[in-house]
Design a protein around this ligand. Structure first.
Ligand SMILES: Cc1cc2nc3c(=O)[nH]c(=O)nc-3n(C[C@H](O)[C@H](O)[C@H](O)COP(=O)(O)OP(=O)(O)OC[C@H]3O[C@@H](n4cnc5c(N)ncnc54)[C@H](O)[C@@H]3O)c2cc1C
Length: 428
């Protein structure tokens, strides 16, 4: 049963991390009647949730650990087109994670992981629509359509294979080539030959802006925000104590939504998880706002382009690195290069171009953790959403709050009943 909405001390919850996952979860907790304090070491949504492509990528069904991705990474590993990198200082630490990642591409694991992603995808848009309605921010969601692109003239056969695959998963994209493609997206360079067009695809106008809207509504609904670094969590009877800079604070429940930093918070409670720091980069061109009408994804170059409210954004790279390493500056030049090849007339040297690097929290099986602590169920967690954190934020928040209030027998968990442990923290 959900808790009562009366001011009851049994209902205090701390949410650690105010990225898109933490903000969605904090709002769902408020909706369920809890008294929520949201902690972040910075202002909300300044990490991975700041500069992503904002694409609600429910059309993406392939886990990162798939034979196709791994072969493509090996094939392109020394070219400018390679999206996958490991920084040299990180290589020894990366190796055991990389081996686990390869194991996840074996057939039985691949099918399991793909189904677990598709179940989240199936609920993702409705969950976003619901939370945006609650936050009076419905206008943040745009249905712009998505084009998956191929450049080589003979790539039509690959496009057809992808079309068949998409159909098997219940999508019905259109295959466009040549003039029909340029008519749909006139800004494309004519080297781009083929595309699968998904008219129903959606994106947020700008994830950071949406996070601000969620945060404003959180405060309006009585939520409390504290800009503090949480240094440790200690379960206590039926509650938990947070160690903060300069003090401690007790809550009835604690939720960990700290992105890639969740790993060290769990470590403080004796749980070890194989969470990697997978960095991605962006360029945003405010002056090129309006150049594109669709979200684009280049199969050859592994980059995504989004027509955002703040300009044209290109994102790319899966770069595994130490959390404290500096961004690799040549990645921005590589993004400029890809942009110039994909879009016919764009000034990539515009001095107003913004550059950014952010860290995705990534597990070897490409699935997030959405779970309660196995011994201390007053502690919940939602993190590890890799490339799909924006897509899966709203549905993950609903699942976590349902887990806290009603358990896996709840309505929210029904679509996941075939494999309810797929997102468990104990699966590793
Ligand atoms: C280049 C790029 C493009 C992407 N594009 C897309 C896309 O188009 N679609 C999509 O679905 N996903 C996309 N993603 C992935 C998505 O951005 C992430 O999965 C998502 O933002 C993760 O959100 P989060 O809330 O878990 O983590 P974060 O946004 O990193 O938030 C974690 C928060 O926790 C805080 N924190 C950490 N430790 C502590 C502590 N000890 N005490 C207090 N606060 C703490 C941090 O300050 C931070 O604010 C992209 C990612 C990148 C890098």
């Amino acid at each position: 049963m959900p808790p009562s909405t009366s001011p009851d001390k049994q209902n205090t919850v701390a949410v650690i991390g105010a990225g898109v996952l933490g903000l969605c979860t904090a709002l769902e907790l408020i909706r369920a009647g809890y008294h929520v304090t949201l902690f972040d070491k910075e202002q909300p949504a300044l990490q991975a949730s700041f500069g992503n492509a904002a694409y609600l990528a429910v059309e993406y069904l392939e886990p990162l650990a798939s034979p196709a991705h791994i072969l493509s990474a090996i094939r392109l590993s020394f070219s400018r087109k390679s999206a996958f990198k490991v920084t040299p200082d990180h290589f020894p630490a990366f190796l055991p994670w990389g081996l686990r990642f390869m194991r996840e591409a074996l057939p039985a694991r691949l099918v399991h992981n793909q189904l677990a992603i598709s179940r989240l995808n199936a609920q993702a848009i409705a969950a976003w629509q619901d939370i945006l309605r609650f936050a009076n921010a419905q206008d943040d969601l745009h249905q712009s359509g998505f084009l998956r692109l191929w450049e080589k003239p003979d790539a039509i056969s690959q496009a057809r294979i992808s079309l068949e695959n998409a159909r098997q998963w219940g999508f019905d994209p259109q295959l466009l080539s040549g003039d029909a493609l340029l008519e749909r997206e006139p800004a494309l360079a004519d080297r781009v030959r083929h595309a699968l067009y998904y008219p129903g695809a959606r994106h947020l106008g700008n994830t950071y802006q949406t996070c601000q809207h969620l945060f404003d509504h959180f405060k309006l609904q009585g939520g409390c925000f504290r800009q503090q670094d949480v240094q440790g969590i200690r379960p206590l009877g039926s509650g938990a104590r947070l160690t903060l800079q300069g003090g401690q604070h007790e809550f009835d429940k604690v939720i960990i939504t700290a992105g890639v930093w969740s790993k060290s918070l769990l470590h403080s409670m004796g749980i070890s998880v194989p969470l990697a720091a997978e960095r991605g980069y962006h360029l945003t061109l405010p002056g090129a706002k309006g150049t594109l009408s669709h979200i684009l994804s280049s199969t050859d170059r592994n980059v995504v382009l989004s027509p955002l409210d703040c300009g044209l954004r290109i994102v790319g790279f899966g770069e595994y690195s130490n959390l404290t390493s500096k961004p690799v500056n040549k990645r921005y030049a590589q993004l400029r290069y890809h942009l110039s090849k994909l879009i016919a007339d764009v000034d990539t040297e515009d001095p107003d171009v913004e550059t950014w690097m952010g860290v995705r929290p990534t597990f070897p099986d490409s699935l997030p953790v959405i779970d309660l602590h196995p011994q201390h169920p007053q502690i919940g967690m939602a993190f590890g959403h890799h490339h799909l954190g924006v897509t899966h934020a709203a549905v993950s928040a609903k699942m976590l709050v349902a887990l806290m209030t009603e358990g896996k027998g709840s309505e929210v968990w029904k679509p996941f009943a075939d494999a309810p442990d797929a997102y468990s923290v104990e699966r590793f």
